[in-house]
Design a protein around this ligand. Structure first.
Ligand code: NAP
Ligand code: HSE
Length: 434
């Protein structure tokens, strides 16, 4: 790669957590970046909503654009860096404008790509431009590069992981401190961990966006966020976290994407995973992505999934690639060759954890066992939790099933309701083999 004096010129839209992180790296590591990229990387112009805000960075050398679309079209911008967020409005408009104006794009915006990734990739490739999005999935973990480059010779078999740091913080804090969801959710809010719309985090949507992007690269399919089975962590109780722990499991908001004979399976749901597994051990806001390919076997990548430094680090990896002249298709192969994703109608069978409260009277457990048997499900383990001599006339019952289809679990659960021995709602959580 011959060195060049011609700088790569960035237009930076968004001066929040990620944008200011990018400014700091560009300023702090100018020499290092120029040496590695073979040419200088400079910011020429920036955009945000409020020009008067104190941003803890020196922006005096940069032109200011009030309108990110105008920034995207500037003649002195080679690469449009979109770190504003949102899948409509300015982020989408400015990204489209940048491509139309002949700019490459680097974005951290998983929502934008989960909703419009295919159309944007097609537009970019038709215009001979490149969109890169390392920062959009698992923050500082270079998982997009791993999938599109390091593992490009593999047929990928499964991609999974914990991809929302806020949810992992909430679940591990509940477990470690024995606190209920509502209390830890409020703590997370106070700490500033939650997105402006918290449901993006705790509803599993943000993590679902990320999973859909990984699945597109891994399986050569068009991004199919609408087909991701989504379930958030709002219904995960401290009781289930503690009972699962007693049985050697931890509860994680786990994303799994795999190509099956029934189609593409994509799920982002709370799951039990073995406590001693790498995923089970994951604490706090850290992310972990597990990639499985036919030749390589299993790769486990762990690191910070969010924050100024880690996310800006990933943005800069993409910027430096562009400065070097590395030009990859958005999803690892030309957008026109990505296949329509056929969604699997149901998830692959798995063992399930079932918890229910029963009236503690003769025949109650037998009725539940009958429902399970009639649904074609085999029981692996069963425990009744009341202490000897306990006066309470209710009993908590835990059941771990052998592998069962989700529809059969639903059938059994419907059966429980008709037994007349159930107190409250039963709980079923998938146990993932990781
Ligand atoms: P943020 O702190 O809320 O910053 C957003 C920035 O965009 C702000 O500077 C805001 O301007 C600017 N902005 C918003 N609307 C604008 C508009 N209409 N015109 C011009 N500027 C506008 O967000 P962030 O945390 O940096 O996240 C940015 C993107 O990175 C999002 O897509 C997010 O999902 C993604 N991401 C973030 C993280 C993370 O750890 N934060 C990790 C991975 C990915 P003002 O400052 O003037 O309000
Ligand atoms: N809200 C996200 C998280 C930020 O908690 O992981 C990074 O995408």
């Amino acid at each position: 790669m011959p060195a060049s004096a011609t700088p790569l010129r960035l237009g930076l839209a968004g001066l929040g957590t990620v944008g200011i992180g990018v400014v700091k790296i560009v300023q702090r590591h100018a020499d290092l970046i120029a040496a590695r990229a073979g040419r200088p990387v400079v910011i020429t112009a920036v955009s945000a909503r409020d020009r008067t805000k104190n941003r803890d960075a020196d922006l005096s050398d940069y032109e200011w654009e009030t309108d990110p679309v105008a920034l995207a079209r500037r003649a002195d911008v080679d690469v449009f860096v979109e770190v504003m967020g949102g899948h409509e409005g300015p982020a989408r408009d400015a990204t489209e404008a940048a491509i139309a104006a002949g700019k490459d794009v680097v974005t951290a915006n998983k929502a934008l790509l989960a909703h419009h990734g295919q159309a944007l990739a097609e537009a970019a490739e038709a215009a001979g431009r490149v969109i890169r999005f390392e920062a959009a999935v698992a923050g500082g973990i270079p998982v997009i590069k791993a999938l599109t480059e390091g593992l490009a010779g593999n047929r990928m078999t499964r991609v999974m992981g914990v991809m929302n740091g806020t949810c992992n913080y909430i679940l591990t804090r509940m477990q470690n401190a024995g606190l209920p969801y509502e209390v830890v959710f409020e703590e997370a809010r106070q700490l500033g961990y939650l997105e402006a719309d918290p449901n993006l985090d705790v509803g599993g949507i943000d993590a679902g966006h990320k999973l859909s992007l990984l699945a597109a690269i891994a399986f050569g399919t068009k991004v199919a966020f609408d087909h991701v089975e989504l379930q958030g962590i709002g219904d995960v109780s401290i009781e289930d976290i503690q009972l699962a722990d007693d049985m050697g499991y931890h509860i994680k908001l786990l994303g799994v994407a795999q190509m099956t004979g029934r189609g593409l399976e994509q799920r982002m749901t709370p799951c039990l995973v073995p406590a001693e597994s790498p995923l089970g051990q994951l604490q706090g806001g850290t992310n972990m992505v597990v990639l499985e390919g036919d030749s390589v076997g299993q790769i486990v990548m762990r690191g910070p999934g969010a924050g100024e430094g880690p996310t800006a680090s990933a943005v800069m990896a993409d910027v430096i690639d562009l400065a070097r002249g590395t030009r990859l298709s958005t999803f690892g192969q030309p957008a026109a060759t990505l296949k329509e994703a056929v969604p699997a109608r149901s998830a692959t069978p798995a063992p399930y954890y079932l918890r229910m409260t029963l009236l503690d009277k003769p025949g109650a457990l037998a009725k539940i066992a009958t429902c399970i048997g009639e649904a074609g499900i085999s029981i692996d383990q069963m425990r009744q939790l009341n202490q000897p001599g306990e006066a309470d006339e209710k009993a908590v019952v835990l059941i771990v099933t052998h592998k069962a289809a989700p529809a059969d679990i639903a059938h059994a659960m419907a059966g429980f309701a008709a037994t007349g021995v159930l107190v409250g709602q039963p709980v079923a959580i998938r146990i993932e083999e990781v």
